[in-house]
Design a protein around this ligand. Structure first.
Ligand code: NAP
Ligand code: GCO
Length: 266
């Protein structure tokens, strides 16, 4: 075992939706171990903010405006990356949305929108990079899954359907392209403190903690929310040569949630 196996020196990594939050934390970790960072986001304003934030950390990230549900835009970004760097070693399908609406109140259009961003888009982006990865003779694809790849919860039917599907897309990419030395794995974050989960942590008018916040802390053996930084080590591992025989796996980074039935009554 050579610890250099964890290095990403000289590799090119594309992280989708990485102008803040989990995607940015992963990108910063990749840069710290030597990778060149490319990211996209849906709005110019977000891309500009992202580029600035990377710069503050001494990272020269390349940012593109691109809607991951738009196959033409995604293919264009893949072509630009190949033109600029000549390779795409790592793809992280991070961009995602959630709609917390009881299923019988959710419109079919809202359901489809979540499926489009959280499931169809990872297919579109992976499809855009796999040919280059085959040519290179190697590639790493990491799909950001969720607790909802395994568990259900009130109000997140579309998200759970998409993230469950993303788990199976991960296994299928592994099955279909593993022989080309492409490893496709997932990371299933537990409850991570980011803007996406901010509504679940809002203080109550009387200053007390949100009931969902209390519920998550009691449901997590680690007894806390995760931070985007908790995902950095696992993400580096799955992007690096240290994981070359790990394929089709979902690595849950959840402080133990999936292992735990919940606090027993006192
Ligand atoms: P997030 O709010 O989901 O951030 C994702 C980024 O993707 C945002 O910048 C967002 O832009 C962008 N995006 C949305 N739709 C897009 C599109 N069509 N094309 C391009 N970019 C798009 O924040 P996050 O909490 O860091 O989540 C990152 C990933 O982790 C998501 O896949 C999420 O489902 C997953 N995840 C999060 C948690 C958690 O607890 N936070 C737990 C498990 C899994 P906008 O700001 O404009 O929306
Ligand atoms: C929710 C969703 C997400 C979670 C995450 C869990 O319960 O609202 O599941 O917001 O943060 O995806 O892994």
């Amino acid at each position: 075992m050579n610890l250099k196996d964890f290095s990403l020196e000289g590799k090119v990594a594309w992280i989708t939706g990485a102008s803040y939050g989990i995607g940015m934390a992963i990108a910063k970790a990749y840069a710290a171990v030597g990778a060149k960072i490319v990211f996209n986001d849906i709005k110019q304003e977000l891309v500009d903010k992202g580029v600035e934030a990377y710069k503050e950390d001494g990272i020269e990230a390349t940012g593109y405006v691109c809607d991951v549900t738009n196959e033409e835009q995604v293919q264009e970004v893949a072509a630009k990356i190949l033109e600029k760097f000549g390779r795409i070693d790592i793809l992280v399908n991070n961009a995602g949305i959630i709609k917390r609406i009881p299923m019988i109140e959710m419109t079919a259009a809202q359901f489809r929108q979540v499926i489009d961003v959280d499931l169809n888009a990872p297919f579109i982006v992976a499809k855009a990079v796999i040919p280059a990865m085959i040519k290179q003779g190697h590639g790493k694809i990491i799909n950001i899954c969720s607790m909802m790849s395994e568990l259900g919860r009130e109000t997140v039917s579309a998200y759970a359907a998409a993230k469950g599907g993303l788990k199976m897309l991960t296994r299928n990419i592994c099955s279909e392209y593993g022989e080309h030395n492409i490893q496709c794995n997932g990371i299933g974050p537990g409850y991570i403190a980011t803007p996406q989960t901010a509504p679940l942590r809002e203080r109550q008018p009387d200053g007390s903690r949100h009931p969902f916040d209390q519920f998550i802390v009691s449901k997590t053996p680690a007894a806390r929310w995760g931070n985007p930084e908790d995902l950095q080590g696992p993400a580096v591992f799955l992007a690096s040569d240290a994981s070359n025989f790990v394929n089709g796996h979902i690595l849950y980074v959840d402080g133990g949630i999936l292992a735990y039935i919940g606090k027993q009554p006192q």
